[in-house]
Design a protein around this ligand. Structure first.
Ligand code: BEZ
Length: 211
């Protein structure tokens, strides 16, 4: 059955461009992003892996490890990574899984047969320190991901985990956030010393707590 939000992210062992890994050991106690690509030597994926490498400081700031999946074998990954480094002006510094037996693709339901019988779709999972699935986004092969959005969701998820706040539509770093319904207004006033603006009893804003 397909994974859903709140499910436990399945653990796996895999061969990667940086050696064998155990997924949970690789993630440690931090956050993780697992994302798939249709195949090696494809144009959109080349830009995505390059962008992920270029954003490595942003992921590190958020205590987040990234891990890419492609169903091609290791020797193919090695040549492709050289191309990515050359064309995207970066150094791929995270593992790329060689998922030739489609073990990871199957565990994470990354093959959608009506899109392609063999290639993975562009799936992305954010996994929390509790190893639960926090976000699933699926793009078609022809659309590169919006990594600004990926970082934005990561920030939102981390705010919820750390401060019991949610983020409104189109929220950006530094803007006011929303007090989650589980926190009463009385408690919110104590919890958020920067102030709570009550628009409706169920719609309460507070300045971003970690700013
Ligand atoms: C790609 O992965 O780059 C790609 C795959 C299918 C159609 C277009 C681009």
């Amino acid at each position: 059955m397909a994974l859903r939000l709140g499910d436990t992210a399945p653990n796996f062992k895999a061969q990667t461009s940086e050696g064998p890994i155990d997924f949970y050991e690789y993630l440690g106690n931090g956050w993780g992003i697992l994302f798939s690509h249709p195949a090696d030597y494809t144009p959109v994926c080349t830009t995505e892996l390059g962008k992920t490498a270029l954003l490595s400081d942003e992921f590190a700031k958020r205590n987040t490890k990234v891990l890419a999946v492609s169903v091609d074998p290791l020797d193919k990954h090695e040549g492709w990574i050289k191309d990515i480094n050359e064309t995207q002006k970066t150094t791929v510094n995270f593992p790329l899984i060689a998922d030739s037996d489609r073990n990871v693709a199957t565990l994470y339901d990354m093959i959608h047969p009506n899109a392609s019988a063999t290639a993975t779709v562009r799936s992305l999972f954010i996994i929390g320190p509790d190893k639960l699935v926090k976000l699933i986004i699926t793009y078609p092969a022809s659309t590169g991901r919006n990594f600004v959005e990926v970082l934005r969701v990561l920030d939102s998820l981390q705010l919820t985990a750390n401060y019991s706040v949610a983020t409104p539509a189109d929220w950006k770093e530094g803007e006011d956030v929303i007090v989650v319904p589980a926190v009463s207004t009385e408690d919110a006033i104590k919890k958020f010393p920067k102030g709570v603006k009550v628009v409706k009893p169920y719609l309460r804003y507070t300045p971003q707590p970690n700013k």
